[in-house]
Design a protein around this ligand. Structure first.
Ligand code: MN
Length: 265
């Protein structure tokens, strides 16, 4: 079988492939050698900017309350809290292509649907107990993303001391742009992060205001979980999170990354 027809077979076998033109070599090898399955499950892939390769997403970690002013608006004291993390399912990713405004469906059950604009770090390797000084060696690249949140459900569950999943970890709750490799964009320790809704600035801060840097997040996470290649980390949102309604157009900007835009429908 030539390369093109092999790819067609593999793409058919994988079913819906998120945003991918080409499959990474490892995914091809696994599909070819894999066991027989009664149905297929799509692998979440994110395009790698200026490349024909895609980034296979393994897990989505998100840090909570990582900008002091946002921690305060959520009712906590940022100076006393160690970092905490939650996860979204991998298939919560909604790929948003550069230069497009992606339709994003207002989700069920909520009456208070919030944006949280965040820098996303994507790992090429991992491990346990990673020291802070070595942590950035594991970063493959960065993306811009939204940690969309059903705030009323998140708060309601929190008030009842129940898990947050329904507020944070639902379908399409992670709109995200392509991955930009470190070789082309470097690391992000400072730079403006800004979210506009319908042309009005709603969130604006600097990445340097993070309480826990990306390196510290990786180090902390690796004490609790074995990190692996393909893991991505939403690095927290600045203050002034707020609600959207159908028809709103969100525009996210982080210095040195292309903009990300969605329309709530
Ligand atoms: Mn968040």
């Amino acid at each position: 079988m030539d390369k093109a027809s092999r790819r067609r077979v593999l793409e058919a076998a994988l079913g819906a492939v998120v945003g991918a033109q080409a499959l990474p070599g490892t995914a091809q090898a696994q599909v070819q050698a894999g066991p027989k399955v009664p149905f297929t499950v799509a692998q979440t892939l994110l395009p790698i900017a200026a490349s024909d390769e895609s980034f296979p997403v393994r897990r989505i970690y998100c840090i909570g309350r990582n900008y002091a002013a946002h921690a305060r608006e959520m009712g906590s004291d940022p100076t006393r809290e160690p970092p905490f993390f939650f996860q979204k399912p991998t298939d919560a990713v909604q790929l948003v292509r550069v230069g497009t405004v992606a339709d994003h469906a207002y989700p069920t059950l909520t009456k208070n649907y919030h944006y949280e604009l965040e820098l996303v770090a994507a790992l090429k390797s991992g491990g346990r107990n990673i020291p802070r000084e070595r942590a950035l060696e594991h970063v493959y690249g960065y993306a811009i993303g939204l940690d969309m949140t059903r705030r009323d459900l998140q708060r309601g569950m929190g008030d009842q001391k129940k898990p947050w999943e329904i507020g944070k970890s639902f379908d399409n709750s992670a709109p995200i742009g392509p991955i930009h490799p470190v070789e082309t964009v470097g690391h992000f320790e400072k730079g403006r992060i800004q979210l506009q809704v319908n042309g009005q600035v709603k969130q604006e801060a600097d990445l340097s205001y993070m309480i826990w840097s990306v390196a510290e997040q990786i180090a902390n996470l690796s004490d609790a979980f074995e990190l692996k290649a393909g893991d991505i980390i939403f690095s927290g949102t600045p203050e002034n999170v707020g609600p959207v309604v159908k028809g709103d157009v969100l525009l996210g900007k982080i210095d040195n990354l292309p903009e990300l835009s969605i329309r709530i429908v």
